[in-house]
Design a protein around this ligand. Structure first.
Ligand SMILES: C=CC1=C(C)c2cc3[nH]c(cc4nc(cc5[nH]c(cc1n2)c(C)c5CCC(=O)O)C(CCC(=O)O)=C4C)c(C)c3C=C
Ligand SMILES: [Fe+2]
Length: 413
């Protein structure tokens, strides 16, 4: 009898290691204790909390938006093949949803490759979105929300169109590299005959358990990055991040959804690393070691933007990245940043092709990413150390109910 990955999980669970279940909206469900009966000499090590943690596929919102950052990520854009229209797109989203639901539950996919056969769900999430061009190709231009209008051009853009945009976008995240790659292969195979990969990017974050105490992640510049993010417990969190349930007009199918802005941002690490620590901290306006504002306190202390230092200047400089991007400096504009770092090797000039796969989520990019990036573009102290190389804007519909597939409300009504 073939044993499904789900059953492997169950069996291990019975032996003492049980996992966590995380709802697609990010709330933790069942928690359980973890035991480690393994040995360094190669004996069987039970599934740990990392492998056993499952994120729910079905829910009000798609998974992978409020889900805690995973250690591995793949971002993939697809274009529909010539001749594929609404019918083929609907069939593809149906197949993709079935595959995502199975893999996120730790079950094998149809025609499984075996890459993740002995792994648990490992917090796998798969998130699907539609790009602007999808609507023309499927005869759905009348249902395209204005929120998908092209982002404005920014003066510091150095965008590669071949690695930008796309009809469809898939974000894969998992705490295990094989589980993430397995999902990528399965979804790409599902797409055969309907859509072709346009671009693909691979990213990573710190592994679970790598720090003694859970804390906000660091990026490849060494900064604590994510402190100012809106929190699900904030009273206006849902309004800022998700399209409301009662959305009407061209957005009716987007209820519970969100808009993802994706930017491949290269970090000019050789230049950054030459900068003395004190100057690096002034670029951001926060201490590198613990992410606390330069005006004092701990990571979570509010920035004191008015404080004047002994030199008569603001302690958090006028061009500091944290000051310029703060919601109070941008009419309340806020977004949920959920990035992956990337490293695609060393270039011929010896510099790393590394940086941030910046992914941010908002109910409306015109009230999130756009005003903030406009302002950063005009005078961010971080700008000399980064380069925006690719861009995408995607409408990510709400989560699928049981028996439904992602995007069904757009494709079948
Ligand atoms: C347009 C949006 C933003 C881009 C692009 C962006 C790029 C970028 N940011 C960092 C590092 C940090 N960013 C920090 C804060 C921060 N950044 C943005 C927006 C963009 N960043 C916002 C909205 C905020 C929060 C501001 C606030 O609420 O106070 C920080 C400080 C810590 C934190 O709050 O997360 C760091 C560090 C890099 C390296 C980068 C491009 C590579
Ligand atoms: Fe930032």
């Amino acid at each position: 009898m073939e044993m499904s990955r789900r059953r492997v999980l169950g069996t291990v669970g019975a032996a003492g290691a049980a996992g966590l279940m995380i709802g697609a909206a990010g709330g933790a469900g069942i928690s359980a204790s973890v035991s480690d009966g393994g040995s360094a000499s190669g004996g069987a090590v039970p599934l740990t909390a990392v492998g056993a943690t499952e994120v729910m596929f079905h829910g009000k919102h798609q998974a992978g938006i409020t889900t805690p950052l995973q250690a591995r990520g793949h971002l993939v854009a697809f274009d529909l093949v010539p001749g594929a229209g609404r019918k083929e797109a609907a069939a593809l989203l149906r197949r993709w949803s079935a595959t995502a639901g199975a893999l996120m539950a730790g079950k094998p996919s149809t025609d499984d490759t075996g890459i993740a056969l002995d792994a648990g769900p490992s917090s796998l999430t798969v998130t699907f979105g539609f790009g602007r061009t999808f609507f023309d190709r499927t005869g759905l231009a009348a249902r395209r929300p204005v929120q998908l209008d092209p982002l404005p051009a920014f003066s510091s853009d150095a965008l590669d169109p071949k690695r930008s945009e796309g009809d469809l976008w898939v974000q894969i995240g998992a705490d295990d590299a094989l589980v993430a790659f397995h999902a990528l292969r399965a979804l790409q195979k599902d797409a055969a005959g309907a859509a072709r990969v346009r671009w693909q990017m691979n990213g990573f974050n710190r592994s679970a358990g790598a720090t003694a105490r859970p804390m906000t992640a660091r990026n490849l510049m060494g900064q604590v990055d994510g402190t100012g993010n809106p929190k699900p417990s904030d009273p206006d969190f849902d309004r800022r991040i998700f399209v409301p349930q009662g959305a009407t007009g061209a957005q009716d199918w987007m209820a519970g959804g969100s808009y993802a802005v994706v930017r491949r941002i290269r970090m000019l690490l050789d230049d950054w690393e030459k900068l003395p620590l004190e100057k690096q901290e002034k670029v951001i306006g926060r201490r590198k070691a613990d992410g606390a504002p330069l005006t004092g306190g701990t990571e979570t202390t509010e920035l004191d933007l008015d404080r004047i230092g002994p030199d008569g200047k603001t302690v958090i400089p006028d061009n500091a990245h944290s000051r310029i991007s703060a919601p109070e400096q941008n009419g309340g504009a806020a977004m949920l940043r959920r990035p992956f770092s990337f490293h695609d090797g060393i270039g011929p000039d010896g510099t790393p092709d590394a940086g941030l796969l910046f992914v941010c989520w908002q109910a409306d990019p015109l009230r999130g990413f756009v005003p903030v990036q406009r302002k950063l573009d005009r005078g961010d102290a971080l700008s000399p150390f980064i380069r925006h190389e690719a861009s995408g804007l995607f409408a990510v519909p709400g989560g699928a109910a049981q028996g439904e597939y992602v995007g069904q409300r757009l494709l079948e009504s």
